[in-house]
Design a protein around this ligand. Structure first.
Ligand code: NAP
Length: 686
């Protein structure tokens, strides 16, 4: 069982299947509050090329041999395992300066992201190795040639270079989509807080849940790693824009067109709406959010609010309310239960923040008290990287540059006035692209106007008002199901956003050929491909083990009478004129007279294709893509072709999903309805 570190032990990397101690002396990493040594870090002597090769040759093939559902289950097991061991991470996390609440965001936020992808992977992806993207594109009139897009896992490795502020979440939020896609990963945590990442990786490796080679760790420098990445690899970077630009311009990355995703710093803003006055619920919510974003993780969140825009006549009241709350925030040791804000992660970080405050002060005045004179409720100010929250006021933001450009990565924020919404939007855009903006308003027009203007410059926009006061996830929280990233200065990258993030690690390829060929390649029946009908055995009599893609049934015919339509209308209560009134129906531009209800057609179709006896088909759980394509008039005769389109056995159940292509035609072979029928089918016959 891995143990928490209490003394300055040397961090190890995990490379080519073993723990590796660097050959150098190592850099000492200090506890953010006490300055005591926590660990040393060094990766001297690592063979980076061998690490890449190990991931490509060992981890990649093992992951790609699995289906999306199997890999999703790995994520679930891993998430549950880490959750069961979370206290070990909490214990070490205090060394980074994080309070219990801060650590919760990092540790449990990260683990929840694994669990979320574990669940989404099984709910939203098929249980296959390849993923079809979009619809089939017919390319010939006789349906002998068509195309589809397939997404397949890249055959390389994902190198994830992470920032110091989220040693757990930063790793896990990238690892989840990477592993789900079928790629192995090499994690490079920022040195400052790498001891926590290392501990978590120890738990992951020792759990034995992941196939060997799917996860490696670099504690220390990346050496010449990026000089060896290839065309199938992906590099993701989270950190400062300066480092990101340097790495992005690596000649090898450019020459190989290696995928490079960057999440950099950002001057996120919040706007107090023109409708919001002091004392209103939205005003209080905005104040609370500013204070929370300044103090949570001691302001070391890439999504934290750095700029506050308020109507000019409400700036003073807003600043007063924020300062009052900030002064009540107890600062001290992160493991002290009374403390709400710990130190920043290191003395170097503190120094950087102080320097950035000095830069901001050339354009803004500090509203709060001296940031260095920190009244602590516990701990020793001389030892730790403690700071007071600093609120600044920039009176002329249109003329300023630094307040829109300098990210003081700590509890620092600048308030600025705006005259009208247009002015507010143009000030926000001076940030040159951010991860997130929030708008506090109870006026839908204010929200619509601002969001329309802000959306192109942001990855996420949150609207806060009284109705969501209790349920809002807040300005600064990236969620697994929502896109995280932002254009321009924010790096232009995109992470999370549910299954979208998985696709970043898959190659999209257009495949052209006959429908039979495409069906075989995609593992999914497509229109025009061969079908197999067996008069003696309805496909509903087959278990998942026997059922094959293309198994089909062509039904008897059924004539729809006027009595049927009237009966259905009165039985269901749907007496819409097009079914009941010949003259009114005729006057309708789409009909020549009374028509059958669409749902009557679907019901008759089920009556035609269903095999009623007890058997392996367990339930019908819906239809997808239902379209009524031509009207059905009294005395038309319907016939159904039902074809097994996709089979998805569930990994940990004794049944799976079967998707059937259902086409309803009339007596002229014209398609009147087309849809997918979704059923649950037992894996074996009982
Ligand atoms: P950083 O100094 O840019 O470092 C980021 C990562 O790059 C670290 O792992 C660092 O490793 C590594 N690195 C530095 N130089 C490198 C090189 N030449 N080759 C390879 N790797 C190199 O940023 P940070 O101080 O850790 O993080 C703070 C910044 O990150 C803030 O600006 C914040 O806004 C941003 N951030 C953005 C997001 C987002 O999602 N957009 C999230 C979190 C943080 P070492 O530590 O070993 O130098």
């Amino acid at each position: 069982m891995p143990t928490s570190r209490t003394t300055a032990t040397a961090l190890n990397s995990y490379a080519y299947g073993q723990w590796y101690a660097g050959k150098g002396d190592g850099i000492i990493l200090q506890d953010a509050s006490t300055g005591q040594a926590v660990a040393t870090i060094d990766a001297t002597g690592l063979d980076y090329q061998a690490m890449l090769g190990y991931a490509r040759d060992k981890g990649g093939p093992a992951l790609r041999a699995m289906t999306f559902h199997q890999r999703a289950l790995l994520l679930k097991s891993l998430g549950l395992h880490l959750m069961a061991n979370k206290e070990a991470f909490y214990a070490l996390s205090t060394a980074t300066g994080a309070t219990r609440t801060d650590s919760w965001i990092d540790i449990e936020g990260g683990i929840s992201t694994l669990l979320s992808y574990g669940s989404k992977g099984r709910r939203e992806l098929p249980n296959t190795q390849l993923l079809m993207d979009g619809d089939v594109e017919p390319l010939s009139k006789d349906n002998s040639f068509a195309a589809l897009h397939l997404l397949s896992p890249m055959e390389g490795v994902a190198v994830h270079i992470n920032a110091y502020n989220f040693p757990c979440w930063g790793m896990l939020e990238k690892l989840a989509p990477t592993l789900l896609a079928g790629l192995p990963a090499i994690i490079k945590p920022a040195s400052q807080t790498a001891y926590l990442t290392e501990l978590m990786v120890r738990h992951i490796i020792e759990s034995g849940i992941l196939p060997e080679g799917s996860l490696q760790l670099i504690c220390g420098s990346t050496g010449d790693l990026l000089d060896h990445v290839g065309p199938q690899d992906t590099v993701t970077f989270t950190g400062s824009a300066a480092t990101g630009h340097h790495l992005k311009s690596n000649r090898n990355i450019i020459a190989n067109a290696t995928r490079f995703t960057m999440e950099a710093d950002s001057l996120n803003a919040t706007i107090l709406g023109t409708d919001v006055n002091a004392g209103s619920e939205e005003f209080e919510l905005c104040v609370r959010e500013i204070v929370r974003e300044m103090t949570s993780k001691t302001g070391q969140k890439c999504t934290a609010i750095r700029r506050v825009l308020a109507p000019a006549d409400r700036v003073e009241e807003l600043m007063q309310a924020v300062v009052q709350k900030l002064e009540a925030v107890p600062i001290g040791l992160p493991n002290d239960e009374n403390v709400k804000m710990g130190p920043v992660a290191s003395l170097a970080q503190r120094q950087e923040v102080l320097e950035n405050i000095e830069a901001l002060k050339t354009e803004a005045r500090v509203v709060t008290a001296n940031p260095e004179a920190v009244p602590l409720v516990s701990g020793n100010a001389a030892d730790g990287a403690f700071l007071k929250p600093v609120l600044l006021h920039c009176e002329k933001p249109q003329e300023a540059t630094k307040v829109h450009a300098v990210e003081a990565f700590g509890p620092v924020c600048t308030v600025m006035p705006y005259e009208h919404l247009d002015d507010a939007a143009s000030l926000v855009r001076r940030g040159e692209g951010s991860l997130v903006a929030s708008v506090f308003t109870n006026d839908t027009e204010v929200a619509r106007e601002l969001v329309t203007r802000l959306a192109p410059w942001h990855g996420r926009v949150l609207i806060g008002n009284r109705r969501s006061a209790k349920t809002s996830t807040g300005h600064g929280s990236p969620l697994p199901m929502l896109t995280h990233g932002g254009p321009g200065r924010a790096g232009g990258g995109e992470e999370l956003g549910g299954i979208r993030a998985v696709k970043h690690y898959l190659q999209r390829t257009a495949i052209q050929g006959t429908p039979d060929m495409l069906s075989a390649v995609a593992g999914r029946w497509i229109s025009g491909a061969s079908t197999k009908t067996d008069a003696k055995r309805h496909p509903f009599r087959k278990s998942l083990a026997e059922l094959e893609i293309g198994d089909a049934v062509l039904t008897e015919r059924r004539t729809v009478t006027l009595d049927d339509i009237e009966h259905f209308a009165h039985f269901t209560g749907d007496t819409f004129y097009a079914h009941m009134d010949e003259a009114a129906a005729k006057a309708n531009p789409f009909f020549e007279g009374r028509v059958a209800h669409g749902y009557l057609i679907v019901s008759f179709a089920a009556g035609l294709f269903v095999d009623p006896d007890v058997g392996p088909v367990l339930a019908n759980y819906g239809v997808d893509n239902l379209r009524f394509m031509a009207p059905v008039n009294p005395d038309d005769s319907l016939q159904v072709m039902l074809v097994c389109k996709e089979i998805n056995p569930r990994e940990n159940e004794d049944y799976g999903e079967v998707r059937w292509d259902c086409t309803v035609r009339n007596q002229d072979e014209q398609i009147v309805a087309h849809y997918d029928v979704l059923t649950l089918v037992a894996k074996t016959l009982h």
